[in-house]
Each structure stands twice: as C-alpha cells, then as structure tokens.
Design a protein. Structure first.
Length: 454
C-alpha cells in the first residue's frame, strides 16, 4: 500500500469540500431513495455486483458520477473511467481493445462514460458491438434526455435510471454531515445556525455540489474568533447566496421544458405561472427574441380570431425586444404574456391548417381549377385559363357561388369558427355566407326556382 506523504495530506485538504465529501458507500449517499432505498432494484444490483449496461440521467450535482465510483469500489470487474469531454476515437479504440483482452481472460470490464451526450453518433456507435458481445458493461451519465442524445440502438441495450434533484431535507442532512465529518469541517470548530444551513440548502436547488460549495465559501469567509473557531453569520450567507446560477441549456431539454411550461400556462389562462416561467427563461440568459417569436406563434395558434389584436401586440413586443434588449424588454414580454394569458381562446386557425395539411399530404396533388388561373397570354386563354371566373366585387352581395376547391374536395370544410371573443362576429358572418351559398345552390340547380323561371 502506498504510504501517504505530508504533501498528499496537504493536497487532500486543499481539494474542494464537495470532492472531499464524495460518498464512499451507498449508506453515505444522499437522496435517490427511489433507486437506492432498501430492497430497491439498483441497490441490489450494486450490492450483488450484477451490474448491466445502464444510463444515469439527472440534473447536475445529484450523484451520477458518485454512483459510478461506488460501483467501481464494489465490483470485481475491471473499471475504466472514461470522459466524453477529453476522449476521442483513438481513446475509445484503446479502451475497447483492453476490454476485449480482459474478456479473453474471463474478466468483465465496466466502462463508465461521463457526459455521454457529448459523444456524436459515430463515437457512440463504436461502443455498440462491444456492448452486444458482452465485452463491456457500459454505464453512461448524462444531464440530457437520453431519448434525444443517445443512439436508439445503444439506448435499447441500456436500462435508464432517472436521478432526481435532492430535496431540501436531503441537502440539509448533507450540510450537517459536512460540519461534523473529518473530511469536511469536523476538525474545526464551526458554528452555523440551522436556519442558515436551510437557506443554503434552498439556494442550492437540489444540487449537492452547489450546496457544499456554498457552505465552503461561507465558512472560509466566516467570522474568525480569538479561540480559533469560525462563526458563519447571516450576512456572509446572504453574500454567498446573492445570485443563483439557474439550470438552463439553450439547446437542451430544459430549454424546451421551460418554453412548454410558459406556453401551457398561458393556454390555461394562468398569468402568474406564465410570468414565472418567463422570468425563469430570461434570468437564465434566454434570448428575448426567441421568447417573442414563440409568443407570436401563440397569438395565432391559441388566441387567433378570438382577439386579432393579440398578434399585433406580440409583433410590437418583438420589435421592442429588438430595439432595447434585456433587461429593459422584460416588461414588454410580460405585457404580451399577461395579455395572451387573459385573452379569449380559439385554436380554430391552427385546426383549420392541420385539417388542410392532412389532405395536402395524403391526397394526390389536385390541379388548380381553370376558373382560378390567370390567363396573361393568348395560349392560356385558348386553353380556357380563367374561364368561368366570377369577380366577387361585381356582385351585389359581394359573393359568388364559384367553386374554389378542386372537384375531389368540393364541399370540404377546414375552418370551424368558435363563439369566443371577436371570433363570434366571424362565426356569424361565415354562417351567413354558407346560408347564402346553400340558398343559391338550391335555386340554381336543375328544377330549382331560378331554373324554372328561365
């Protein structure tokens, strides 16, 4: 066994608190009781050394890498720690060759890939034959949804375990242990009020690493007393928790989760929730123009003709964001979000387009009726382009009975207005037009009143 030197001890003391307190056993592990509680599947697999290929998916600071290290400490297999950030194709081949050699001698190899979502498709494919042959057992860790970030073939051969953000009580227990554990501040006299520990736990928002880092900063900046003890004061904790780094990735799942929450809160006429999700996005660094574009979409998809002013206001909000940017434009986006949340609802435009699109994609391309075609040349007129066209402005009612859909779609209905808000006027007008056309058809068909008058 290698003897630890004075320099090793000093280097260990200089390591971050979160690194020094990394759990060594499942009993020290904080949270994830749905996976690691007594009798739970993952705990039994680890304790019995029956690990299969799996992926740990969860937000930062919940223990994905720590779980892998605990497995490394318990397994009889060769354990290879592999980083997707620092490793390329050459390193993958070297690891796979080593694993294949181990297999020939009857030894299992577990390969842990941190941040597996950073590997591209070709790199992930390089693992697949070795996983299939049983040369390696793959354990991946990712903060991104594996459904999107891990190849389907590889994902189908792995069990996905979802790790959850730690609760405030989980973090509080972890912080208390940090104050008493010899690897933490157990060798020092540190006093921290329980209420301040809870404030740190709340600030960390489910992230163990963030909680321990904040505690470490608070202790290092605490009040030094003559007897050598350290008192962490409220003022110090307030400074250390003045600004939280929000979990957000503009291209990742959280980005889509938050815009979905904003959209659905507005659709549910909940301005309070909508403004909250808006603030979450903007304070995390989201591009305000992206949010404004989504609001413009919402204005027609969910409000539509029930309040046609909604799209005008949203376009104006987009222009305001373009002119002045953040943070000033946050109020313009709030203006639009609250307006959309309280506006009358109609998705008739969205449904109309979806019905029409279904026919466009599922039916043959129908030729445009000749009556609707322009005839700028003599040849086109000879081919009957424009023949039978009826100019609506020449009619007293500004209506004609000209058929505008292809013959195979004649009588098809796509737009169904609602009685919500201003769309009630459009509904009444649409019904009036349809009634006129029905009456016109009744009088002009063979045997009808108009036909008989002739």
């Amino acid at each position: 066994m290698k003897q630890q030197s004075l320099f090793d001890s000093r280097a260990d003391a200089l390591r971050p608190l979160a690194s020094r307190l990394r759990p060594r056993t499942l009993d020290e592990f904080a949270g994830q009781q749905h996976l690691l509680g007594p009798g739970r599947v993952l705990r039994q697999l680890i304790e019995q050394d029956l690990i299969g290929s799996m992926i740990f998916w969860g937000p930062p600071g919940v223990g994905k890498t720590t779980l892998a290290r605990i497995i490394a400490g318990r397994t009889q297999a060769a354990f290879i720690d592999f980083s997707a950030v620092t490793s390329g194709v050459r390193e993958i081949r070297e690891v796979m060759n080593r694993a294949e050699e181990n297999r020939r001698f009857g030894e299992k190899t577990i390969v842990f890939v941190d941040e597996i979502h950073r590997f591209n498709k070709a790199q992930q494919d390089a693992f697949l034959p070795f996983v299939e042959r049983g040369s390696i057992t793959l354990i991946g860790a990712t903060t991104e949804n594996p459904s999107f970030e891990v190849n389907a073939a590889l994902l189908s051969r792995c069990k996905v375990f979802v790790l959850q953000s730690l609760s405030e009580d989980d973090l509080l227990a972890l912080l208390r242990r940090a104050l008493h554990d010899e690897r933490g501040f157990g060798g020092q006299a540190v006093s921290v009020d329980d209420g301040l520990l809870r404030a740190i736990a709340r600030f960390a928002s489910g992230d163990a690493r963030a909680a321990l880092s904040t505690l470490e900063m608070a202790v290092l900046n605490g009040e030094r007393r003559p007897d050598g003890s350290v008192a962490v004061t409220q003022a110090v904790v307030e400074q250390c928790t003045s600004r939280r780094s929000l979990l957000y990735d503009k291209n990742g799942e959280e980005h889509y989760n938050l815009i979905s929450a904003l959209h659905k809160s507005m659709r549910n006429s909940d301005p309070d929730a909508a403004v909250y999700w808006l603030a979450r996005m903007l304070e995390s660094g989201e591009d305000p123009l992206y949010v404004a574009r989504r609001l413009i979409r919402f204005a027609s998809e969910d409000v539509g003709l029930a309040d046609s002013r909604a799209i005008e206001l949203c376009v104006a909000a987009y222009q305001a964001c373009h002119f002045i940017g953040m943070p000033e434009c946050s109020v313009h986006l709030t203006h639009a979000v609250v307006y959309l949340s309280l506006a009358p609802r109609s998705n008739s435009l969205y449904l109309a387009y979806e019905r029409a699109k279904k026919d466009v994609l599922s039916r043959p391309d129908e030729p445009v009726p000749l009556a609707l075609r322009n005839a700028p040349t003599g040849l086109m007129r000879e081919l009957h382009y424009g023949e039978g066209y009826q100019y609506a402005h020449d009619a007293e009612e500004r209506l004609t009975d000209m058929q505008c859909l292809p013959d195979s779609l004649a009588g098809r209905s796509y737009y169904t207005p609602t009685a919500q808000g201003s769309e009630a006027r459009f509904q009444a007008r649409f019904e009036q037009i349809k009634a006129w056309k029905r009456e016109r058809a009744r009088h002009t068909k063979p045997g009808g009143a108009e036909e008989g008058a002739k």
